[in-house]
Design a protein around this ligand. Structure first.
Ligand SMILES: Nc1ncnc2c1ncn2[C@@H]1O[C@H](COP(=O)(O)OP(=O)(O)OP(=O)(O)O)[C@@H](O)[C@H]1O
Ligand SMILES: [Mg+2]
Length: 285
């Protein structure tokens, strides 16, 4: 199973929209896709028309030693499956401050042994224990970036966080891709920031861009995706193309990784004393 986190430490960069539409596009292509909503605000869950479930039937069960993640009812969304979020994640976060608290999701996934082709995490706009759990459980990261100052800074910080996680916690996390979202070709500043990111990160930037699209903005109103209600819109076209390109890049990264000796993932007890302060620092920032 391929595991991908959708992450940018800055808010409103299109993480949730991207997670939904990549998952839906893959569902249309016959991929078995699971989305896990790791944002305590649960916008993805709400956007898909799913009521907040009791805590033990949400992703919060992943962070409870007494809960069985195998008993979480998996919800059906628009062409993909979903493990919903819960607002109890916000309260639970106060207790999740040990270095080993970044391992809950990876360990739950190991126990669950899910049969999906792709697992996507939607994450909140901050370095929290939840976004770190997503990164520790992933092989790939997709960083949606709106080509404006704050989103670009957030995207670059996210990139650095992924490097730190790869070095200290999860050597399998070796692919990062930036995806420009909400691009307005008329805005000079968008062109400037796109050029800046492309020059600095080269092939780590998807060629496909997602343009601003009223049909994407509208998907907040219902449980459907743009593929259902406006399949000829540029939002549908852009996310279909972006998903094709992303899949091709993930597949080529996986082939490269399997031709090299796969490094072992850090076991819980392998967390070095050296890693702990930096992880704690990230959790406290
Ligand atoms: N390509 C687009 N065109 C027009 N509107 C868009 C596009 N992508 C996203 N939006 C809108 O922009 C807003 C922010 O998008 P989204 O919720 O996906 O961002 P996010 O990064 O998940 O935000 P948060 O950090 O709050 O979780 C939403 O209202 C969404 O409908
Ligand atoms: Mg979001």
């Amino acid at each position: 199973m391929t595991v991908l986190s959708v992450c940018n430490h800055k808010g409103g960069t299109g993480k949730t929209t991207t997670t939904i539409h990549v998952a839906a596009a893959l569902g249309l292509s016959g991929w078995r896709t699971l989305v896990i909503d790791l944002d305590p605000q649960g916008f993805l869950t709400h956007t898909m028309g799913i009521e907040e479930p009791p805590s033990d039937q949400s992703v919060a069960a992943f962070f409870d030693a007494d809960a069985d993640p195998g008993r979480i009812p998996i919800q059906e969304a628009a062409g993909f499956d979903l493990i919903p979020s819960s607002s109890t994640l916000t309260r639970r976060m106060r207790d999740l401050n040990k270095p080993t608290d970044v391992l809950w999701v990876r360990e739950a996934l190991q126990r669950l042994d899910l049969e999906y082709d792709l697992l996507l995490f939607d994450t909140a706009a901050a370095v929290t224990v939840y976004s770190l759990n997503a990164l520790v459980a992933s092989q790939h990261v997709l960083i949606p970036v709106l080509p404006e100052y704050q989103s670009v800074v957030g995207g670059e910080q996210t990139y650095q966080t992924t490097q730190l996680v790869e070095n200290k916690l999860n050597p399998r996390l070796n692919t990062r891709q930036f995806l420009f979202t909400q691009v307005d070709a008329r805005k000079r500043i968008h062109k400037t920031y796109r050029e800046y990111i492309r020059e600095k990160y080269g092939e780590k930037v998807l060629d496909t861009i997602v343009r601003t699209s009223t049909s994407l903005a509208k998907t907040r109103d219902g449980a459907t995706t743009v593929f259902d209600h406006d399949s000829s819109s540029r939002g549908a076209l852009d996310y279909a193309n972006a998903t094709d390109e992303l899949v091709a890049r993930l597949q080529s990264a996986s082939e490269d990784a399997s031709s090299e000796e796969a490094p072992a993932a850090a076991a819980p007890n392998d967390l070095s004393a050296e890693a702990a302060p930096e992880v704690s620092e990230m959790l406290n920032s």
